[in-house]
Structures are given as structure tokens and as C-alpha cells.
Design a protein around this ligand. Structure first.
Ligand SMILES: [Zn+2]
Ligand SMILES: [Zn+2]
Length: 199
């Protein structure tokens, strides 16, 4: 059985294409009849893209005006949506996860703080939160210097401080109690140990 396929010439590029919705966009005319455009998809897409590039400003202005004019409607819609989808409160979801994983949250915060500081000093090396967890476990949850039990409130110490050219790599990181970390200040690990044993 053979199927008859008619050919249609695009009115823009004059190329012949099979007259089907694969090559021509569909539309519904005023009387509700399904029809195909007389411009091929390739040309239609190109024209739309060119028009968009030439009218970018106008398009974003439309979007801005639409958002202002429909602000109340959008807020109403959002409130209704939230009521209809009580399980899908994004912020709630994050808070629930944070409550369930306090240790991870602490480590993420610490890592973020360390990374920011390291960026400022331009130090090499990258510390991930799993690195930090591994270091903490390796030290059996005790201070690297005085071996006191750390619990949840510990400091992340750079053995060679960033300001003395130390890196942010895991080998240069240890977990320390607040007292050791603050006393150590800008000393290196070696200097700090010498001073502790010397005094
Ligand atoms: Zn064409
Ligand atoms: Zn300590």
C-alpha cells in the first residue's frame, strides 16, 4: 500500500517539503479547522529568533509590565497553590532536612566560612565537608593539640595559617578546641607545640 504525500513549497525559502506537521507548524483557523502554515519550520524558527534578537528590550519590558500588572493575581495563585500542595513547601523541606541533619549543617557552614576566608587570602586547595568529616573522625572527635573531646562546637584550624602561606588542602586542616585555636592565632603547628611544651 502506498501513501500519497503532497509537496508544499515554503513561501519564504521556496524549498519543497512534504506537506506535513513535521515540516510546517500547525495552527487552528477561525472556523476551528486544523491547518498548516505555508512557511516551513526552519524559516519560521529563524524569523522568530531574529525578531526576538531585534526586540529583546521590548520583550523584557513586556515581561516586566506583565509582572507588575498581574502581581496580585500571581500572589493569589501562589497562595492557593501552596494550600493545595501542603507537602511541597520548599523552605519547609530545607528546614526539615536541616533539623534532621544538624551535624551536616554545621560542617557545611564551617566549610563555607573556611572557603570564603581562603578565597580572600588566595590560598590553594579545596576542603569539602566530607574531608572535614573524615578529619574529625580521624582525630576521634578530639582536639588536634590538647586531645580534649570536641563535641559539636569545634574550630577548623589551619596547621600553617593562611596568612603565613598555608593552603586550604585537607592535609593542612585539623579540628581544634576553641581555646587552642584562639591561643595558636597566627602561629604554625610547630611553633604552637614548641611554645606549649616550652612553657
Ligand atoms: Zn522555508
Ligand atoms: Zn585544644
Amino acid at each position: 500500500m502506498s501513501r500519497y504525500i503532497s509537496i508544499m513549497q515554503c513561501r519564504t525559502c521556496q524549498r519543497d517539503y512534504p506537506y506535513s506537521h513535521e515540516f510546517f507548524h500547525r495552527y487552528t483557523d477561525r472556523k476551528g479547522r486544523k491547518k498548516l502554515h505555508t512557511r516551513c519550520k526552519v524559516c519560521a524558527i529563524k524569523i522568530a529568533a531574529d525578531w526576538y534578537l531585534a526586540n529583546k528590550k521590548r520583550v523584557s519590558e513586556w515581561g516586566r509590565r506583565y509582572n507588575i500588572e498581574h502581581r496580585e493575581a500571581r500572589q493569589r495563585y501562589q497562595r492557593k497553590w501552596v494550600l493545595k500542595n501542603p507537602d511541597y513547601e520548599v523552605r519547609d523541606g530545607i528546614r526539615r532536612w536541616q533539623r534532621a541533619n544538624p551535624e551536616k549543617v554545621r560542617q557545611q557552614r564551617k566549610r563555607g566560612f573556611q572557603a570564603r576566608r581562603a578565597r580572600m587570602v588566595g590560598a590553594a586547595g579545596k576542603l569539602t565537608s566530607s574531608d572535614l568529616r573524615a578529619i574529625y573522625t580521624m582525630q576521634s572527635g578530639r582536639c588536634f593539640y590538647c586531645l580534649t573531646t570536641l563535641g559539636n562546637h569545634y574550630h577548623v584550624d589551619h596547621k600553617v595559617p593562611l596568612c603565613r602561606g598555608g593552603s586550604n588542602a585537607p592535609t593542612n586542616i585539623c579540628c581544634a578546641c576553641a581555646s587552642c585555636n584562639l591561643t595558636k592565632g597566627k602561629m604554625t603547628e610547630v611553633e604552637f607545640r614548641e611554645r606549649r611544651h616550652g612553657s
